[in-house]
Design a protein around this ligand. Structure first.
Ligand SMILES: *Cc1c(COP(=O)(O)O)cnc(C)c1O
Length: 482
């Protein structure tokens, strides 16, 4: 496929601009004036439409294909939600931050304030900051809040460790390490959750926090959370809840009710914005009351007369973690999403997401190894170990699915499962779609036995077949001639 610049034909135009009625500037220094034309591609509107439409068709998206990428919650997000983000587009983000600017922004601040209240309610927290721009950014913000809490108690040097189960998302230990902590990893027991006895041994007064992904990356919800958080608190360690996958538990359990002190949620998974695809995200962080003094500023606070003001004068704050109030458009979509569904709707979302994952798990169980065979939450994790005997790896099954029109599930993650295949259907897929996918997965398992080479050769329908994935990320060449 040609690059857009290679399609350029001098003089061809997609738009016609009116003649300029602005006088030519004379004061600009000669050195700053452009001597040559900018070299932009010259194309008709139709050329351009075809170019980008064809490019987009070389990609997978939720709008075109089933996308069961585990841990990413690739659900369909209603297009109407984009309208709510567009509503706010005319407002300049500086307005509220100018002296007295709150007066002009009561509606905008009100949306943020209400969203914070609704997320607090959903997570069982006392206040939410919307600043963090992604899940991992929320984690770092949360751990910095915990560090500030310990520092304020005079325990900064005493608290050295963050305890993380090995079934946590990889960003958890990474965020804690970036915030300056050493990591203690607790292995998973055969029952699929953090080994409780080993956890007890790992705990001591030098632990600053216990960070848990719930449900964990095996798609399982830890039934011992209350006990774990009681033990953590007895050592003055705070409990961090990675709520990136809140899709499994909304309206069913509030992390704040079972002992968690901090939680981040990924609005760009559960609440109306797609995850992946390089678009903006948002990882708001909710905290219990003890952590409110350390929250990033400005905080939006409501005065007695109901007016919303920005609070900027707290000496204990960890400071800003992002510009303005975070990715505002994502917040507007989350707000509309929550309002649109309401309490009952959110409960239905998680029930359907969990039901769908269990349906796929039960139907594929006869064909793929299921290392942790129990009721799962929003996703199920198989192992390709049975197919390995025929020389077929998880990656080969993934590539085969591409040929059959499916985005592959997450593979090789979580790392505690050999050749993992992690499937998350989400609540927005119909039984018909899941049944078709299940048939193709069964076909892949049979092909692994009868004709493994067919899987090793896949994909055959794509412009390029297999990339050296490490090299492709480090030596990008997006100009290759397909
Ligand atoms: C996606 C995810 C994250 C990271 O979120 P980003 O927005 O990609 O930084 C963290 N934890 C879990 C469990 C996730 O699924």
């Amino acid at each position: 496929m040609q690059l857009i610049y290679e399609k350029s034909i001098p003089g061809r135009r997609g738009i016609k601009l009116p003649t300029s009625d602005v006088p030519a500037a004379s004061a600009l220094p000669q050195a700053l004036l452009r001597q040559e034309a900018a070299g932009l591609a010259e194309l008709s509107e139709l050329d351009l439409v075809r170019h980008f439409t064809n490019l987009s068709r070389r990609n997978f998206s939720v709008d075109t294909n089933f996308y069961p990428l585990g841990s990413c919650t690739m659900k369909y997000n209603a297009k109407v939600l984009e309208n709510s983000a567009a509503l706010f587009a005319p407002f300049h983000p500086m307005t509220a931050l100018l002296p007295g600017g709150e007066e002009f922004c009561q509606g905008t601040l009100g949306m943020l304030y209400d969203l914070g209240q609704m997320l607090s309610d959903i997570t069982g927290m006392d206040e939410v900051t919307t600043q963090p721009l992604a899940g991992a950014h929320g984690e770092m913000t949360g751990i910095l809040l915990i560090a500030a809490y310990h520092a304020a108690k005079g325990n900064k040097s005493k608290k050295k460790y963050v305890v993380v189960p090995d079934s946590s998302h990889g960003t958890n230990p990474a965020s804690a390490a970036i915030a300056g902590y050493e990591i203690i990893t607790v292995p998973t027991a055969p029952y699929g959750d953090m080994d409780l006895e080993l956890f007890k041994k790992a705990m001591n007064d030098e632990v600053a926090a216990v960070m848990m992904t719930c449900p964990n990356t095996l798609g399982l919800f830890n039934p011992h959370i209350k006990e774990i958080s009681d033990i953590a608190h007895s050592h003055d360690a705070l409990m961090y809840y990675d709520g990136a996958n809140l899709n499994a538990i909304m309206g069913k359990v509030k992390p704040g009710d079972v002992g968690f002190d901090v939680v981040h949620v990924n609005l760009h998974k559960t609440f109306g914005t797609p995850h992946g695809g390089g678009g903006p995200g948002a990882g708001p962080v909710g905290v219990k009351e003890v952590l409110i003094p350390f929250l990033p500023q400005p905080r939006i606070v409501m005065e007695d007369d109901g007016k919303l003001m920005l609070e900027n004068s707290n000496p204990c704050t960890i400071g800003r973690t992002a510009g303005f109030f975070g990715n505002f458009g994502v917040m507007a979509k989350a707000y509309a999403y929550i309002i649109m569904l309401g309490r009952e709707g959110l409960i239905q979302v998680s029930e359907q997401a969990v039901l769908n994952a269990n349906y796929i798990k039960e139907r594929l169980k006869p064909y793929y190894d299921l290392p942790y065979d129990m009721t799962c939450m929003h996703e199920c994790v198989f192992s390709a170990s049975r197919q390995l005997k025929h020389g077929v790896h998880a990656i080969d099954i993934a590539k085969y699915l591409i040929d059959r029109g499916y985005h592959p599930p997450t593979v090789y993650f979580p790392m505690i499962v050999k050749d993992a295949i992690m499937i998350e259907p989400t609540e927005t897929e119909s039984k018909v779609t899941m049944d078709e996918f299940i048939e193709v997965m069964i076909e892949a398992a049979k092909t692994a036995e009868d004709n493994p080479q067919a899987l090793l050769d896949a994909p055959l329908t794509m412009p390029i077949s297999r990339l050296d994935e490490t090299k492709a990320a480090r030596e990008q060449n997006v100009c290759c001639q397909w």
